[in-house]
Design a protein around this ligand. Structure first.
Ligand code: FRU
Length: 434
């Protein structure tokens, strides 16, 4: 995207180069996406989800994340692991769950058998009309809980404004389990600026396409010790302000041989980053996006980074129907590698595809999160959806919705990573946080 304050003056091989010559934002290009291929290294085994024991009997659960320490390792609180998940009572129509999403938490000694602790926040405390995905880290007996405040508390009808929010509380743990107390004020810690990141108003101008400003993910860089929040955004500006650039397509050869359909302008997903100032997680300095998928993809969800062998591995999830016109890719986990945190990301496995659902059940699972030991967690629907799109959930009969949709946790899978290639190497029991 051309920014008002820092003009893009040159570009090559998928990198946006700013006037001061700092390589900042990597493009995920149409050329890279055109190399997506499902194979045995990236395709998840078929799971008969209807045979899975439901993760928690009374709730649908979907996006989940474990409590980590400040460095990003899975935390152990007096021997307990803690897992957070978006949830809704299971008598709510699955097509409606996002409208009343609430973060609940679970604790476990072995990381396999989870006990529901309750809602993360007391009733009425969080800032949105519903809570969407986030992350949580502990330091010095406190929990810093990051979440997406979607809409505004008490509103009717529901709106979709998304803001990054957080609250800090005390963690109390004993032999009976874990709970959270003494929450401080809930604060909005970041909102889109309209320049790097699209605002809701810009998204509503013209036929906007995607709008996201969500999924705050804590990240401490083990090499520089600097701290950040990553998040899902869209490139700034309204659809009418966007102009196509060759670097969105890829090489000049690819660009000349593959004209871009006009409708691709609606795709402007990006991965945002903000730096934590003075060690205070609520004090953030917004930075230029780590990655943009302009004319490529509309939603780069739940971005997160794992550092391995001094390389930065950036992961994100996206859906089949979020690709720009003329491109195809599966519901999947995608990844990129760079020697530096900012700039220089190359797609893993050439295209970026790391994990895909099996073609016979393309909506089997979603919202994958790679843990530091390269185990990957996600969520699955109760029944085999065949090729029915998630967007069709709300159009189905209540009986069908209840028997097929709504989330539980699928088998955890282990990835191996060598340089810029990945492989699924193992499947573990459902929802296992090792
Ligand atoms: C991914 C996601 C997140 C969002 C949540 C809302 O599954 O779209 O980006 O926070 O679902 O339910």
């Amino acid at each position: 995207i051309v920014l008002a304050t820092s003009v893009v003056v040159a570009s090559f091989s998928g990198l946006a180069v700013k006037a001061d010559d700092t390589e900042v934002t990597t493009n995920w290009t149409r050329e890279q996406v055109s190399k997506i291929e499902l194979n045995q290294d990236n395709t998840l085994p078929y799971t008969d989800i209807s045979e899975l024991e439901k993760f928690t009997p009374d709730h649908h659960v979907w996006d989940s994340w474990p409590l980590t320490d400040r460095d990003g390792n899975i935390a152990s609180i007096k021997g307990w692991k803690v897992l957070f998940a978006l949830s809704a009572p299971n008598d709510v129509l699955p097509g409606k769950v996002h409208d009343i999403a609430t973060i609940r938490y679970f604790y476990s000694k072995n990381g396999k058998d989870w006990t529901l602790g309750g809602t993360l926040f007391p009733e009425g405390a969080s800032l949105g009309s519903r809570e969407w995905a986030g992350s949580a880290m502990t330091d010095d007996g406190k929990i810093h809980a990051f979440y997406t405040a979607t809409g505004h508390r008490g509103e009717a009808p529901l709106t979709f404004e998304q803001r990054l929010a957080m609250a800090t509380g005390d963690i109390i743990a004993d032999s009976n389990g874990v709970r959270f107390e003494n929450w401080g004020d809930h604060k909005v810690i970041l909102e889109p600026d309209g320049n790097y990141y699209q605002t809701k108003e810009q998204a509503q101008q013209g036929e906007g396409g995607g709008y996201a400003f969500r999924d705050p993910m804590w990240f401490k860089d083990p090499i520089t010790e600097k701290e950040y929040i990553l998040f899902e955004g869209n490139s700034g500006g309204a659809v009418g302000d966007r102009t196509f650039k060759q670097e969105y397509a890829g090489s000049s050869k690819y660009a000349s041989e593959n004209p871009v359909p006009a409708g691709a302008v609606h795709a402007n997903g990006n991965i945002g980053i903000a730096e934590v100032v003075d060690g205070d997680p609520s004090n953030l300095k917004m930075l230029a996006p780590l990655m943009e998928a302009n004319y490529v993809n509309e939603e780069l969800e739940r971005p997160h980074i794992i550092v391995k062998d001094k390389k930065y591995y950036l992961f994100t999830d996206t859906h089949i129907n979020k690709y720009a016109e003329g491109l195809q890719g599966p519901e999947g986990l995608y990844g990129f590698v760079s020697d530096t945190l900012i700039g220089g990301y190359e797609p893993l496995n050439e295209s970026g595809l790391v994990l895909a659902n099996p073609p016979e059940n393309p909506y089997q699972a979603y919202s994958w999160l790679v843990l530091p030991n390269l185990n990957v967690v996600g969520f699955a629907h109760f029944g085999d959806l065949g090729d029915m799109s998630i967007g069709d959930v709300g159009n189905q009969s209540p009986e069908f919705q209840f028997s097929h949709f709504g989330g539980t946790l699928p088998p955890t899978v282990k990835l191996s990573i060598k340089g810029d290639t990945t492989k699924i190497v193992k499947e573990f029991s459902p929802g296992w946080i090792k």
